[in-house]
Design a protein around this ligand. Structure first.
Ligand SMILES: Cc1cc2nc3c(=O)[nH]c(=O)nc-3n(C[C@H](O)[C@H](O)[C@H](O)COP(=O)(O)OP(=O)(O)OC[C@H]3O[C@@H](n4cnc5c(N)ncnc54)[C@H](O)[C@@H]3O)c2cc1C
Ligand SMILES: NC(=O)c1ccc[n+]([C@@H]2O[C@H](COP(=O)([O-])OP(=O)(O)OC[C@H]3O[C@@H](n4cnc5c(N)ncnc54)[C@H](O)[C@@H]3O)[C@@H](O)[C@H]2O)c1
Length: 473
């Protein structure tokens, strides 16, 4: 028997993004149901952001301690303790805490696989086959996230490789690990497993960390190589075979053998089994939206987070979610909609200022445009580079501090449009750049934002000095 229910908003997917859409909509006065087929909290909480960072941080602390004269460090990383700490960050893959949060936020949960079954209609099918038909008075928001790609390489599927899920939830450390891909997941997991003692080989078809400034990727690759990681760039994977010893991978650069294989070849929107055909859309497509996160051509369907492909990052998806939840509530209640660029109901920053930190050692932190991307957009830019190791605060933080910073200035507008940092602990530097880009702060005004001495953030003063003071030029 099918249960039926009518509410204002149905959200499909209770990852970080779906949770935030629902929360904002409830705060805006809408009765809201969220449908989740797996764990409330989504990929980020159990198999992505949280466990991966828990796996990475202990080795960073150890390497910083080892680099500090006068700090006595005995022994190696206690891998079992690192894995136990990771388990605590995933609440041992239990979503009890997040379910309690949903209750406290006034969001009703329906467990099951959600599919669109008509206009403003979602059918949730539970594991036992029972179904709930949910009718939305106003809107349906799809926040189903993304799924890992499995390239069409002979033998790869049969070899049953790890995806990021198996890597981030690993209970033991393989003696050797091969990784296909050279993006964020590949390099973060190469860093973690190398620190645990695995012999790691990374097979990359092009260069590493394609989306960021090349100097940053090169520094990370150099550091991984110095720790014994083999990185094969410009290398195609030709075939894969699993045998008793592990995996044998034929590449254009020769044969790689390893006890385990991780595929980290990007992700695709989770729309294959969502009933899109019921509403005139093709299954498997990326759900393209306007800046209010409403699907092109629809009055009632929204797509938020990884599923819309705008930026596959938790913080950016949650930013979209705040706009989407608010605008759905505003439209439903007939309140004014603020959809001008940088208004309350749009995700304008997706086009101008998406920050990302790659938690390798060194870390990479970047926001806005790279020099190449800015030039490709026809902008007149100035590229300002500075050696982070020359900043007093950096050299105090560790003796062997090595890093680099780049600022991209739009010369026509006199504002910063991009920044990239690579070095130990640079993650916390990037938000200042995000603020300056979003605020479109003129460079001559930035000269009045004084970084404290002696901190690593003095890099801002050095970059501005390199650029020159506009009023005295
Ligand atoms: C290894 C790894 C590390 C990462 N690290 C970071 C990081 O450090 N920082 C960062 O910002 N980003 C990171 N990311 C990216 C981040 O995980 C995603 O951007 C984020 O999880 C997207 O959130 P979401 O809510 O859109 O999707 P998800 O977190 O994927 O949640 C989607 C939810 O929808 C559910 N669902 C899907 N289909 C259905 C359906 N039909 N019916 C019901 N429920 C459904 C799923 O079960 C899931 O719970 C990482 C990704 C990976 C793979
Ligand atoms: N710290 C963070 O913020 C963080 C950490 C991990 C993941 N993420 C997010 O998760 C998403 C997925 O990460 P990812 O590393 O899988 O994707 P990615 O897009 O960063 O990298 C994909 C890599 O796979 C390679 N590749 C693609 N197709 C291939 C093929 N057919 N054969 C061989 N190689 C192929 C690409 O060349 C690239 O090196 C990213 O978009 C990222 O934003 C973020």
């Amino acid at each position: 028997m099918t249960k039926e229910r009518e509410v204002d908003l149905v959200v499909i997917g209770a990852g970080p993004v779906g949770e935030n859409v629902a929360d904002r909509a409830v705060k805006g006065g809408l009765e809201t149901v969220i449908v989740e087929r797996e764990l409330v909290g989504g990929e980020c909480s159990y198999w992505a952001c949280m466990p991966s960072k828990a796996l990475l941080r202990p080795a960073q602390v150890l390497s910083a301690a080892r680099a500090m004269p006068g700090v006595a460090v005995a022994g190696e990383l206690d891998v079992a303790a690192v894995l136990r700490r990771r388990d605590s960050f995933t609440s041992n893959w239990s979503d009890d805490g997040q379910v309690s949060w949903l209750e406290s936020a006034g969001i009703d949960l329906v467990r099951g696989h959600g599919r669109l079954s008509g206009e403003r209609e979602v059918t949730a099918t539970a594991d036992d086959g029972s179904t709930t038909l949910l009718r939305a008075r106003h809107a349906v928001a799809v926040a189903t996230g993304s799924v890992p790609n499995l390239p069409d390489i002979p033998g790869l599927r049969e070899a049953n490789p790890w995806s990021s899920r198996e890597a981030t939830s690993a209970k033991s450390v393989p003696e050797s690990l091969a990784i296909i891909g050279g993006g964020v997941v590949a390099l973060e997991m190469a860093t973690a497993f190398a620190s645990f003692g695995s012999a790691v080989t990374v097979i990359v078809r092009g260069t590493v960390l394609g989306g960021v400034e090349s100097f940053a990727g090169e520094r990370v690759a150099e550091s991984l190589r110095s720790r014994g990681v083999a990185i094969l760039t410009d290398t195609e994977t030709l075939s894969v075979e699993r045998n008793d010893a592990g995996v044998r991978i034929e590449t254009s650069a020769g044969t790689v053998t390893a006890s385990e294989l991780l595929v980290a070849a990007g992700r695709s929107p989770a729309t294959a089994d969502l009933g899109l055909e019921q509403v005139g859309l093709d299954p498997g497509v990326r759900l393209e939206t306007d800046d209010t996160l409403r699907v092109a051509g629809s009055e009632w369907l929204y797509a938020v987070g990884d599923v819309n492909g705008r930026a596959l990052l938790t913080h950016q998806g949650k930013y979209q979610a705040r706009a989407a939840g608010d605008v759905i509530a505003a439209r439903a209640k007939g309140r004014p909609v603020d959809d001008a660029p940088w208004g309350a109901h749009v995700a304008t920053a997706d086009h101008a200022a998406v920050p990302q930190v790659v938690f390798t050692d060194p870390e990479v932190a970047a926001v806005g445009l790279t020099a190449d991307a800015a030039r490709a957009q026809g902008k007149t830019i100035r590229v300002v580079d500075y050696d982070l190791g020359w900043v007093a605060g950096a050299s105090l933080s560790r003796d062997d501090y090595q890093g680099a910073a780049r600022m991209i200035v739009d010369e026509d507008r006199g504002v910063m449009i991009g920044a990239t940092f690579v070095g130990p602990d640079v993650a916390e530097l990037v938000h200042a750049a995000t603020t300056a880009i979003v605020g479109q702060v003129p460079i001559d005004r930035l000269w009045h934002a004084v970084p404290p001495y002696p901190t690593v953030s003095e890099i801002w003063l050095r970059l501005l000095e390199e650029y020159g003071r506009p009023s005295s030029a």
